[in-house]
Design a protein around this ligand. Structure first.
Ligand code: NAP
Length: 351
């Protein structure tokens, strides 16, 4: 009988990439869970939505009845939990909903598996935000858990409950600790996509001789370890298919600042810019040469808006994914520059 894979968060970046990966690389049946919404957005699923091996089902991580019934009915072989309140910035505004979805939601999934399908392999989507206030660099699986946001705390709690269920009930339950990963399906509120969408908007305005507003951002100096989500999906599938369950870190093993991301994104669109000013007055503007050549009315491309600063910032994240590379034979393929180029090219085409 064909294996069945149950994916939560299938409308999001990783869920959609995972469904696409499994359609292309296995003959398994895929069940993608979505929550009830008055206006669901299927844009990330357009390549597989009508595939006969893909089925949409309704459920919600905050609703144990739905999770329990779905596991009982479907009897999945794999349960990949990508559903989450995934935006760190928003987690201070909705901390309880964040915790309920990301931590208690994982306990709901594990309970349903324990009761109805204990042979099912479970993946929990952990995050480098669990490391938070880092004590050493690069961060590996042994780094202390020191989250700096309700989001990071919720993911840390999920990590503990996965371990408890694995050890108490002998479940194949793993928690992958993934550093930032982006791509053409990334949500528009996340800083990388906000930048690439903003660059495409500005480029279109310049090409049409129109005025444009600058992209407004918060802390430009936070450093992140960025990869391509599509590379990580392969790693997640490998984590799920080991002989014995074991948690891993997936990362690019490089760190770059938001400032560097901005520079590469404008370069990818052929816009030449330079930094001026300091602290809150800092701006990234088109160079005088570029502004004259393109007859720009306004040349400010990026400016700081303090409203995008976080109550507690994680300054530097840099992962160590050597164990995953050595033991799983996994490695990321897309470089940082190629990732930025790919996102900008996609947004230029869609704008
Ligand atoms: P995403 O694009 O924001 O997708 C999250 C999905 O979860 C959305 O489809 C959302 O549904 C769904 N969801 C939210 N609340 C839910 C609930 N109560 N019940 C069921 N589904 C719910 O996130 P992503 O980038 O794909 O990330 C996937 C997972 O990896 C998340 O757990 C995230 O926290 C984790 N992670 C991501 C990164 C990263 O850099 N991308 C890094 C580390 C960990 P709607 O479409 O209805 O909103």
């Amino acid at each position: 009988m064909k294996k069945k894979v149950f994916i939560t968060g299938v409308l999001g970046q990783d869920g959609a990439n995972m469904a696409e990966y499994l359609i292309n690389n296995t003959d398994y049946d895929i069940f993608g869970m979505i929550r009830r919404s008055s206006n669901p957005n299927f844009i990330n699923c357009k390549s597989f939505l009508k595939n006969s091996r893909f089925k949409l089902v309704y459920g919600d991580l905050s609703d144990s009845v739905s999770i329990d019934s779905l596991v009982q009915e479907i009897q999945p072989d794999y349960f990949i939990n990508f559903g989450a309140q995934s935006f760190v910035g928003c987690s201070w505004e909705i901390p309880l909903q964040t915790f309920d979805t990301n931590a208690t939601g994982v306990a709901r999934c594990l309970e349903a598996i324990r009761k109805h399908r204990p042979t099912c392999r479970f993946y929990s989507a952990g995050s480098s935000e669990e490391f938070g206030d880092v004590t050493y660099t690069p961060q590996d699986i042994s780094h202390p858990i020191r989250p700096r946001s309700p989001y990071g705390a919720s993911k840390a709690a999920a990590r503990h409950i996965v371990k408890v269920y694995r050890e108490s009930y002998n479940l194949y339950a793993v928690h992958g600790i993934l550093f930032n990963h982006e791509g053409t399906k990334r949500g528009e509120e996340f800083v990388t996509r906000k930048i690439t969408k903003g660059v495409a908007r500005i480029k279109k305005a310049i090409d049409n001789n129109k005025a444009f507003d600058a992209i407004e951002l918060g802390n430009l100096d936070s450093k992140r370890d960025w990869s391509d989500s599509e590379d990580f999906i392969d790693g997640v599938w490998k984590i799920l298919n080991q002989e014995r369950p074991k948690d891993y870190v997936l990362s690019s093993n490089e760190t770059h600042s938001i400032r560097e991301f901005i520079e590469l994104a404008f370069k990818a669109a052929g816009i030449q810019g330079a930094w001026h000013g300091k602290a809150l007055s800092e701006e990234y503007s088109a160079t005088t040469e570029y502004a004259i050549k393109h007859d720009l009315n306004s040349s400010v491309l990026v400016k700081i808006n303090p409203k995008f600063y976080r109550p507690a910032e994680v300054d530097l994240l840099l992962g160590n994914s050597c164990p995953a590379r050595e033991e799983l034979g996994w490695s990321p393929k897309t470089s940082f520059e190629n990732l930025v180029n790919k996102m900008v090219e996609n947004d230029l085409l869609c704008s």
